[in-house]
Design a protein around this ligand. Sequence first.
Ligand SMILES: Cc1cn([C@H]2C[C@H](O)[C@@H](COP(=O)(O)OP(=O)(O)O[C@H]3O[C@@H](C)C(=O)[C@@H](O)[C@H]3O)O2)c(=O)[nH]c1=O
Length: 185
Amino acid sequence: MKIKALEIPDVKVLYPAKFDDDRGFFSEIYNKSTYEKIGIQEEFVQDNHSLSRAVGVIRGLHYQCSPFAQAKLVRVVRGTILDVAVDIRKNSETFGRWVSAEISAQAWNQIYIPKGFAHGFVTLEENTEVNYKVSARYAPELEKSIAWNDPALKIEWRISEGAVTLSDKDMQPMSFAAYCQCPDF
Ligand SMILES: Cc1cn([C@H]2C[C@H](O)[C@@H](COP(=O)(O)OP(=O)(O)O[C@H]3O[C@@H](C)C(=O)[C@@H](O)[C@H]3O)O2)c(=O)[nH]c1=O
């Protein structure tokens, strides 16, 4: 499996092998032992799937607090996203920095985001479907949203502010400054 290092190397983009033949293709999209060998030693306990109809849907930036902090393994089964991970580990050298990667059905790639990152994505195509594994169950009481457009983060979403669709929850996020004042994730 090809692995692409990002500027924060704990976040990885993976390219699982895809075997094409006359019938179509076959691909191992997750294999515990293969992923463990490349350092992804998670016990994934939940699979999520979302559809975003429009271009410019932003979901994020989300994280869950301990003891339900989540590592995520994200892929796209239809369309394209720009996926973003913000380092919210207060003891990290890269605290407050972010990385992004284009993830698409066409590229057949995945992004691995460990615990300690706020995660979000923007859809770059209509009817984009995202499928991802998480290492802790959904715990809505411990789920938080940091502002996607927080000026302290300066995330390049590749979309103009007016073209963005958000959930009600993501329209009432906390600022990154507020996160800095509260306990670590
Ligand atoms: C995340 C989640 C949501 N839900 C429900 C709650 C709500 O009624 C509906 C939609 O939830 P949300 O608006 O939170 O969905 P969404 O904005 O897509 O949330 C997701 O965003 C991406 C970026 C992530 O990283 C995920 O971890 C998750 O936070 O689905 C679950 O039942 N289980 C789950 O694990």
